[in-house]
Write a protein that binds this ligand. Structure first.
Ligand SMILES: [Zn+2]
Length: 65
């Protein structure tokens, strides 16, 4: 599905924004679990891949190179 492909270092938007008011997250680890870091406050969370795919709204910025 378009917009649902993601890779390391991509910036993504989640369906629910972070309490700090930002809805830009960077994928900083890929594996069985995905670790994303809030671009606003630097908080990071670890989410199972399947759950991440469901909660992610779209990729905002594809990592170049
Ligand atoms: Zn935040």
């Amino acid at each position: 599905m378009e917009g649902k492909e993601f890779a390391l270092n991509d910036i993504v938007e989640m369906k629910k924004q972070h309490p700090c008011g930002t809805n830009r997250w960077k994928i900083i680890r890929m594996g069985m679990d995905i670790r994303i870091k809030c671009e606003g406050c630097g908080h990071s969370v670890l989410i199972p891949r399947r759950e991440f795919a469901r909660k992610m709204k779209r990729v905002l910025v594809k990592h170049e190179g």
